[in-house]
Write a protein that binds this ligand. Structure first.
Ligand code: FAD
Length: 311
């Protein structure tokens, strides 16, 4: 058993583990894939104090930092079920898909999130070559260029407003017959001269020249006609899905979007169980934020452990 078990090995989980081991608590990390979303990222230009790095390099550095300590890192460990302690100070249990079961007095849940994919041809092929999911991360790469944003909810319209300030031209594409974003955002969007909004449009393919994106095709759902737009980039904004399916019946409170509900000390509704990063209700999903939140969760676990007698 551990004093602290961190579930997830992305920026939030690694930060949490480094904080708790440095407090002298035995700490384990169980991660489906060490590095998390960072492992899928190319250029990173907003990791403050490091002007430019790349995902795989940052993952290697996180692994090196974790390796400086006696942290029990279990990679390819997929959590399937959480059984909370029956009494304060008791052991929480996490069951893994390989049949193993891990116990700890305190848990820090950092299983992250994943961008919902369009699922059309070209999306995978041109990921990081014009297909992007994060306007805060990749917007500046398209300065002066033509991009599309797919998705007319709040995140899509926010992304389109953000990008309209940076890029040459934005085409917002929505499947529904109207945008679903808040009216104030829609009004703001329509105040830009370099934005076109296309509704009732089902994206059918991201097209490219083999090396990078050159446009997309869609079906106009009103006329049934196939149409195309020339582009340098496509931002997919149809939802960020938290990795909380495994927590469904655990008693850990989830928001209506499936995110773990936490307070400003990263505590969940269950004593001794904390959460951090993209999997939580904390807004703005970014590496520096996940690391800050993970550190906060680590300190909260410390606070819990020194105040709670073992059951
Ligand atoms: P994640 O990084 O999602 O890590 C979650 C961890 O939990 C992983 O180890 C995963 O394998 C594990 N896990 C999931 N389910 C289970 C389970 N059931 N059992 C065990 N382990 C599990 N942010 C920036 O700040 N700058 C950027 O330039 C940037 N670019 C990005 C580019 C791309 C393509 C993507 C996808 C994201 C980008 N982001 C960027 C966002 C950033 O990567 C995330 O905000 C950050 O990684 C969140 O960290 P996290 O630790 O909360 O979650």
């Amino acid at each position: 058993p551990f004093e602290v078990l961190v579930v997830g090995g992305g920026p939030a989980g690694n930060a949490a583990a480094i904080y708790t081991i440095r407090k002298g608590f035995s700490t384990g990390i169980a991660a489906e894939r060490f590095g998390g979303q960072v492992a899928d990222t190319m250029g990173i230009e907003n990791f403050i104090s490091v002007p430019y790095t790349e995902g795989p390099k940052l993952v290697a550095q996180m692994q090196q930092h974790v390796g400086e300590y006696d942290i029990d890192l279990m990679d390819r460990a997929v959590a399937q079920q959480l059984i909370p302690a029956k009494e304060a100070g008791g052991m929480h249990e996490v069951k893994l898909s390989n049949g193993a079961s891990l116990k700890a007095r305190s848990l820090i849940l950092t299983t992250g999130a994943r961008w919902r994919q369009l699922g059309v041809p070209g999306e995978d092929e041109y990921r990081n070559k014009g297909v992007a999911y994060c306007p805060h991360c990749d917007g500046p790469l398209y300065k002066g260029k033509r991009v599309a944003v797919i998705g007319g909810g709040n995140s899509g319209v926010e992304a389109a407003i953000d990008l309209a300030n940076i890029v040459g031209h934005v085409t917002l594409i929505e499947f529904d017959s109207q945008l679903r974003a808040d009216q104030v955002l829609q009004d703001k969007l329509r105040s830009f001269g370099n934005v076109d909004v296309i509704v009732s449009a089902q994206t059918t393919e991201v097209t490219g020249d083999g090396a990078k994106v050159t446009g997309l095709t869609y079906t106009d759902c009103t006329s049934g006609e196939g149409k195309s737009v020339e582009l340098d980039g496509v931002f997919v904004q149809i939802g960020l899905v938290p990795n909380t399916e495994w927590l469904k019946d655990s008693g850990v409170e989830l928001s209506q979007h499936g995110e773990i509900v936490i307070d400003d000390k990263a505590a969940t509704n269950l004593p001794g169980i904390f959460a951090a990063g993209d999997v939580t209700t904390v807004p703005y999903k970014q590496i520096v934020i996940a690391m800050g939140e993970g550190s906060k969760a680590g300190l909260s676990a410390f606070d819990y452990l020194i105040r709670t007698e073992p059951a």
